[in-house]
Design a protein around this ligand. Structure first.
Ligand SMILES: [Zn+2]
Length: 434
């Protein structure tokens, strides 16, 4: 396809011809017969955004289900409201999760038929071991005659019919491409091979367009109460001896200190990563730079949970939270991500948080960690396996771009997902606004 009148981040106005890769960048490229032409009309064209740390399956499930337990839902009226507001998935089902009998007692098919007749509804109990189905849902799984619609996970027959449909990737695909995301890194530890294959198949089929990169099995979660330097070091040595990098999840200062010590002992691999780095003490900055490890962090949590941190974290530690600016100054390799669905999956909101450091109430957390809008934006433009190495709109690069409605100055001033006009993956339009 051909994108005309594109403004690159450096201000150059040009045309871009792309397929699986970017083929040509230059002024006045002439459309070929049958070529798909997109007029960017002076809007910015960027390499597509890559969200460097997400959980694809959890995100799809979270999007496709409505929460019907405390604290969101506490009464029968709230339950009725939540169910009537729920939007069915592409398969026509409404999935509700987190139910507890303190809300409206022990539900059965009759109770659900009153709350939501006609639309197939399954309510999962918060224990995860019990589902209650309404009559429409029971009919769908061939159990129209079931006495009360209360199904235990141990019961055979229906669970296959329901369980495999858990992940509806279509809506997640729509949301990601609508904000300019052309690739994601799934950071879920211990992903089953089946999950990885299912996601690759969804990508191949076109149900899930963004490119997929997986950290598992090279991802390790640490727990403060059983930090074991030797075991971590051995695991890293093992991975490195097979020329494989590691990604270590560090959400406390203790976890970061032990990880730094383990990387020092094991030696580092150029593609090693530290996930989150939620708490970085000053004396860790030089170590992180020294090890040339990439920190993949999530300043969006400042915008989402900042007031909680200000209230609950000792004041002396505030300066260590979700640092970005001081990592850059110390020459640490840094990239950003959202940790969707644990963080909201809007990279533009994460960029704004990195620039403004504003909490939900408007307070500021660590003004010294602010970075420029351009720095924040480019931290979503790295390669999946080298998050701090930038892609560019240049011949030979992947044919993945994000087209915005405004020129760069306006894009950087607002950092707003609403400016995404089109998202192109492998030379094909995966999303077009309007
Ligand atoms: Zn995560």
């Amino acid at each position: 396809m051909l994108i005309q009148r594109a403004t690159l981040l450096d201000g150059t106005v040009t045309d871009v011809r792309l397929g699986p890769r970017i083929n040509e960048v230059g002024g006045n490229l002439v459309a070929r017969p049958g070529e798909n032409v997109l007029d960017a009309a002076g809007g910015t064209v960027l390499p597509g955004l890559h969200d460097h740390h997400v959980h694809v399956r959890s995100a799809a499930s979270a999007l496709a289900s409505v929460s019907v337990g405390p604290p969101e839902v506490r009464t029968k009226d709230q339950l009725a409201q939540a169910l009537s507001n729920a939007i069915p998935g592409s398969d026509g089902w409404i999935r509700a999760v987190g139910y507890h009998e303190s809300v409206a007692g022990d539900l059965d098919r009759r109770a659900l038929d009153v709350l939501l007749p006609g639309i197939p509804l399954r309510v999962q109990h918060r224990s995860g071991a019990l589902w209650i189905l309404n009559s429409a849902a029971l009919g769908r799984v061939g159990m129209a005659g079931h006495p009360d619609g209360r199904l235990r996970s141990a019961d055979r027959g229906w669970s296959d019919a329901l369980g495999k449909r858990e992940t509806d990737l279509a809506e997640l695909n729509r949301r990601l491409t609508a904000v300019g995301v052309t690739g994601v890194t799934d950071a879920t530890p211990d992903l089953e091979a089946d999950d990885v294959i299912a996601l690759h198949v969804a990508h191949q089929r076109g149900d899930f367009r963004p490119r997929l990169h997986f950290l598992s099995p090279g991802k390790k979660i640490l727990h403060d109460d059983r930090l074991d330097l030797d075991a971590l070091t051995d695991w890293i040595v093992d991975r490195h001896s097979a020329d494989r990098p590691v990604a270590v999840h560090c959400v406390t200062a203790a976890q970061l200190v032990v990880t730094i010590a383990a990387l020092r002992a094991a030696g580092s691999h150029p593609l090693d990563r530290i996930e989150h780095a939620a708490v970085v003490p000053d004396d860790a900055l030089a170590d992180l730079a020294d090890l040339a490890v990439t920190v993949v962090t999530q300043p969006n949590f400042v915008a989402e949970r900042g007031d909680q941190y200000l209230a609950e974290v000792p004041t002396a530690e505030h300066a260590q939270l979700w640092r970005v600016g001081s990592l850059l100054k110390a020459n640490v390799q840094v990239a950003l991500s959202t940790d969707m669905p644990f963080g909201r999956g809007d990279p533009w909101a994460a960029m704004r948080a990195a620039v403004r450091r504003a909490t939900p109430s408007g307070a500021v957390l660590n003004a010294g960690e602010r970075i420029s809008a351009e720095e924040a934006l480019t931290m979503f433009l790295g390669w999946s396996d080298q998050p701090s190495q930038l892609r560019a709109v240049e011949p030979g690069q992947p044919g993945d771009v994000c087209v915005l409605t405004q020129p760069p100055a306006a894009v950087l001033a607002e950092l707003d997902a609403g400016m995404v006009a089109a998202t192109v993956i492998g030379g094909e339009v995966a999303y077009a606004a309007g």
